[in-house]
Design a protein around this ligand. Sequence first.
Ligand SMILES: C[S@@+](CC[C@H](N)C(=O)[O-])C[C@H]1O[C@@H](n2cnc3c(N)ncnc32)[C@H](O)[C@@H]1O
Length: 359
Amino acid sequence: MHIESLAPGEVFVFGSNAQGAHGAGAARTAYEKFGAVWGQGSGLQGQSYGIDTMSGFEVLRREVAEFVSVARQHPELTFLLTPVGCGIAGYAAADVAPLFTDAPGNVELPAQFRAVIEIPDAGENDDPAGGAPSEARAKPSAAGKPGSAVRGRHDRGAAGDRQQYWDGRYGDSPRLWSGRVNAALADVAADLVPGTALDLGCGEGGDALWLAEHGWRVTGVDVSTVALERADAEARRRGLDIAWQSADLESWQPRDDYDLVSACFLQAPEDFNRSAVLHRMSRCVRPGGHLLIVSHAAMPPWSQHHDHADMPTIESELAAVGAPTEWTIVIAEKRQRAATGPDGQHGLLDDNVVLLLRR
Ligand SMILES: C[S@@+](CC[C@H](N)C(=O)[O-])C[C@H]1O[C@@H](n2cnc3c(N)ncnc32)[C@H](O)[C@@H]1O
């Protein structure tokens, strides 16, 4: 549903954030056309209504319940719901649509949501359009977020904890990383023909922004929405078009294959099955494309986080990808680089750099 104008009595319902920064997507449309108020995160504003989709699934659930109650109190209004939560917030329609099951008749649902909640059971529908609901029900959450129809309690908790941990780390400072491209990525990509790229654990977007500026069509994925909002703001400032995906890589599955899949410092102190993620994501490199893995081979001398599980080695990175006959090893080496720590300390860091070409 692409809404350009509203009749009197119609209200445009859009996905928002707690800060009321209506900078992109439907929120921007609401701000530019339908009276959304900059700084107001949720509720009725002008001829629009904001639902905070960026503060975790529990908040989203509460926001939707509040919206449904407001819609009931205003039968004179018609609420045109956009697929809230399914843009940068990264949820699947299968996650969000069920929250609107009790919405009154003056709420017009988007087609994606109707496909999930208005057809009784996937597989019972002979209509050719019936593929949509069964797909929506069966596929894992695009976000790997709580509420997925197919993931269990333990997964939901782990995904939520990861996001909380990383949002907290990013939230502790206005900027966590340098904002510059990783040297190994710039070095490697300089020799490649630009195509499509997937940046795993893109953080504040240093690599994704650099790739986009060098002609790549980039998707950046991260579990932290705080990091992604920073990356998105910087992309907009530079006029770059990058697809950001808020997702937990332990469950997220890309729909496409890529010319370059990059995992630079995709390392985490918390419980994270990195090898399994690398293995699965390596399958998203198209034949003739490249997989780049760059990792800390040792903790930086100034790091207070000495609790990373076993540090990766060149051998363990290659083992994670597996299937040696499918790959040509282009680079597999340790590199040292000079770096400056958070308090200005100078030191040498050891990185693993692995570049594989998919045959
Ligand atoms: C050490 S930072 C590296 C950021 C960036 N690649 C760089 O080189 O500056 C690791 C990043 O991975 C993300 N991350 C950690 N676990 C993740 C997961 N399970 N799914 C998606 N992203 C994750 C974190 O939010 C963080 O942004």
